[in-house]
Design a protein around this ligand. Structure first.
Ligand SMILES: N[C@@H](CCC(=O)N[C@@H](CS)C(=O)NCC(=O)O)C(=O)O
Length: 233
């Protein structure tokens, strides 16, 4: 896609959700073990959960489950009993759950102040706007593209409302590359540490421990992932 159109449609997705996930909210208890999220970028219900993670400044090990993906979908089916996304695992509480609204409420209850922000608590309106966000990016981050599995999960610094981060996450998702998602929305206490590591406050930022490569710039990330992991017939 032409770069300007790519960014414009990704920005439209952010606007459809009124920028939810740009800013952290009230933070509560912090998990000692990292949460695990099975999802795919194009799924509107998964977006709601990713927004909640950004607002709550929670990191997560993301296992992308694009349609036709051979790896993590099967795991969700085996462990949870059905193929439905998002699926959250919280090893701190021994919880494994489906249903975006239930997951969002759980996250704010356990890791926030118990109050779900308005943009995530409007029921059908929340769902509709999340669906609209996905409509701006038809097919992106929805379907598996053959790729080789990395030995170690990648790491991505991101926040949900960033249109550039979405472009990077779509590529990780389509290639079914698992990654540690470091959420650093505005207000995140993790930003200072991130800047110490990366040199400046800009996301997306990808680190691939398999090759030692680190980079900013969504277009460069997409190119790198494609060249490093995509398998052509
Ligand atoms: N009510 C559920 C709906 C979840 C849902 O319908 N997810 C779709 C993806 S957007 C799904 O799992 N589809 C099955 C598939 O992708 O195989 C929720 O809010 O979590």
């Amino acid at each position: 896609m032409i770069r300007a159109l790519d960014v414009a449609t990704s920005l439209a997705a952010t606007l459809a959700r009124a920028g939810t996930g740009v800013q952290t909210g009230t933070l509560g208890a912090r998990p000692s073990l990292t949460l695990e999220l099975y999802e795919f970028e194009a799924c509107p219900y998964c977006r709601k959960v990713r927004e909640a993670l950004s607002v709550l400044d929670l990191d997560a090990d993301v296992y992308p489950c694009p349609k036709r993906g051979p790896r993590f979908r099967a795991e969700v089916h085996r462990r949870g009993g059905k193929l439905q996304f998002p699926w959250l695992v919280d090893p701190n509480a021994g919880i494994e759950m489906y249903e975006s609204d239930a997951i969002v409420s759980y996250l704010f209850e356990r890791y926030g102040d118990g109050r779900v922000p308005l943009a995530l608590s409007l029921g059908p309106l929340t769902d509709l706007s999340a669906q609209l966000a996905s409509l701006w990016r038809p097919g992106f981050g929805a379907f598996y593209r053959p790729a080789r599995a990395p030995e170690r999960p990648l790491e991505l610094w991101s926040f949900e409302a960033s249109p550039f981060c979405r472009i990077a996450r779509e590529a990780l998702c389509a290639l079914e590359l698992p990654y540690r998602l470091h959420n650093v929305a505005k207000g995140s206490p993790k930003r200072a540490e991130f800047v110490r590591r990366s040199g400046r406050m800009m996301v997306p930022y990808l680190f691939d421990p398999n090759t030692g490569k680190e980079m900013f710039e969504s277009a460069e990330i997409v190119r790198y992932l494609d060249q490093t992991y995509a398998v052509r017939a």
